[in-house]
Design a binder for this molecule. Structure first.
Ligand code: SAH
Length: 221
């Protein structure tokens, strides 16, 4: 039996297939998204001690009080954005970079913003090691978006603000979509926002979700 350098090669292939089956049962139906979940090595985005649990459908700690999102929610949010061609995608709250890597399977360019400096640094190293060439990382405050590179075809936010950040709305292309959790610690709803015109946005309330709060400003530690 061949093993990769973390010794879970074959196991991870099997457990990945099981994860994909679970996501299908939970309603993820886009074959492109399911294929991305099968392909992207989630075990390389978590600490070695957690690698054996990487293909469980759960959030896991990534340090600094943050978590790698549950695979189901990564798949769900990706599926909501994946309508037609994805050119530029802005991702806020990139954390360990797993969601960035999933988006990078479809987008021409992923712009990933993370406010915690050591996480942003680790993320940059990891995407270099894994040779994702279409992910650009910025250590910054996602409330501000990334105006120099906008407007974006899609925006994905992986931390929950209390209300929709206006600068993100501004940086969405007309026809573009944004998916984000909104609410306080106890009650959050996943919103899908479509920009229909210069000043016209359609808002759809979807699932009840549970994300870490979106915080303003950057953190050096
Ligand atoms: N998709 C990530 C989720 C990480 S958890 C993953 O799967 O690893 C959410 C992340 O959002 C945390 O890393 C947190 O530091 C970050 N975050 C919170 N507020 C932010 C903000 N204003 N700008 C950028 N990142 C933010």
């Amino acid at each position: 039996m061949m093993n990769d350098h973390r010794g879970i090669g074959m196991t991870s292939e099997r457990t990945r297939t099981r994860l994909v089956r679970q996501l299908k049962e939970m309603g993820i139906s886009n074959p492109l998204v399911l294929n991305a979940i099968q392909t992207v090595p989630r075990h390389l985005f978590v600490d070695e001690g957690l690698a054996s649990r990487a293909y469980e459908n759960t959030a896991l700690p990534i340090g600094h009080g943050q978590t790698i999102s549950q695979p189901y929610i990564v798949a769900r949010m990706t599926e909501l954005l994946l309508v037609g061609e994805l050119g530029k995608v802005l991702e806020i709250g990139a954390g360990c970079g797993y969601q960035s890597a999933v988006l990078a399977q479809f987008a021409k360019q992923v712009y990933a913003v993370e406010r915690i400096a050591p996480l942003a640094l680790k993320l940059r190293e990891r995407i270099q090691q894994l040779r994702y060439r279409n992910i650009l990382v910025r250590h910054g405050d996602g409330m501000e978006g990334w105006p120099e590179n906008g407007p974006f075809d899609a925006i994905l936010v992986a931390a929950a603000p209390v209300t929709v950040p206006p600068k993100l709305l501004e940086q969405l292309k007309i026809g573009g979509r944004m998916v984000l959790p909104v609410g306080d610690r106890d009650h959050q709803v996943l919103l899908l926002i479509t920009r229909e015109g210069e000043n016209s946005y359609k808002e759809q309330k979807l699932d009840a979700v549970s994300f870490v709060p979106m915080r303003s400003g950057v953190s050096k530690i």
